[in-house]
Design a protein around this ligand. Structure first.
Ligand SMILES: C[S@@+](CC[C@H](N)C(=O)[O-])C[C@H]1O[C@@H](n2cnc3c(N)ncnc32)[C@H](O)[C@@H]1O
Length: 220
């Protein structure tokens, strides 16, 4: 795991090391039930025509493309901290002929006004953030959501069995033990509540080859 520090930006690249970012899609396809976990994520987002929707930590754009394919009448924006992974997403999105907004996060403030989005979602990002950054990012998500807006997070959670716990050591070796510790302990709902969200729940989970992937829902 390599933490990249650039000014206010401090982040772990998509696959733990900058040199591996180009292999991200392949590795996810090989290690996770990708179609199923992304389908359930998009089911939870439930995009309705006319809605403004933000993906936090959009990575290589896999969710943005799937969401746009599900409903092309939405206003979709992706934000990520890493220019390298965003460039990959931009190329793929252009190939699909979609026009949606991709922005870079400076590590401090999202580049959006208060109350800009009906929904914000995120997948496989929070396990790469230390506790302080998890809290700061959830506060930013809260700020940019409209009152009554919906939050959907898919990420590694408390392992559902001893086998899932053992398998998850592989993710921890790549992404680090410090940032993943809160996830393993099942603390994501507490972080979400602390940022001010209500109706926080773990709605679903999938056991994968490398750990238990959980879905968290909340309302502003
Ligand atoms: C494992 S990838 C997940 C990408 C995508 N959401 C998916 O489901 O495939 C994690 C992403 O979070 C981004 N990221 C890491 N730290 C971040 C931060 N502090 N703010 C915003 N994005 C961050 C990384 O650049 C990377 O693109």
């Amino acid at each position: 795991m390599a933490t990249i520090v650039q000014g206010k930006k401090k982040y772990i690249p998509a696959l733990g090391y900058d040199q591996l970012t180009g292999y991200y899609d392949l590795i996810v396809r090989l290690t996770m039930p990708e179609q199923e976990f992304r389908k359930r994520l998009i089911d939870a987002v439930a995009p309705l025509s006319g809605e403004t929707i933000l993906e936090f930590g959009a990575g290589t754009g896999q969710n943005l493309i799937a969401l746009q394919q599900r409903n092309n009448q939405i206003h979709l924006t992706g934000v990520d901290i890493d220019p390298k992974v965003s460039a990959i997403a931009a190329r793929k999105i252009a190939k699909h002929g979609f026009r949606l907004q991709l922005d870079l996060y400076d590590g401090a403030t999202f580049p959006y006004e208060d109350h800009s989005f009906d929904k914000v979602f995120s997948s496989l990002v929070f396990h790469q953030l230390d506790s302080e950054t998890k809290h700061a990012c959830l506060q930013e998500i809260y700020r940019v959501l409209k009152p009554g807006g919906r939050l959907v997070i898919g990420d590694w959670g408390r392992p559902a069995s001893i086998w899932m716990r053992c398998a998850f050591y592989l993710v921890q070796l790549v992404d680090g033990f410090k940032t993943t510790h809160d996830n393993v302990k099942g603390r994501m709902p507490a972080f979400i509540s602390r940022a001010g969200f209500k109706d926080v729940c773990e709605s679903d989970f999938i056991n994968t080859g490398i750990g238990t992937f959980c879905y968290y829902l909340a309302t502003k």
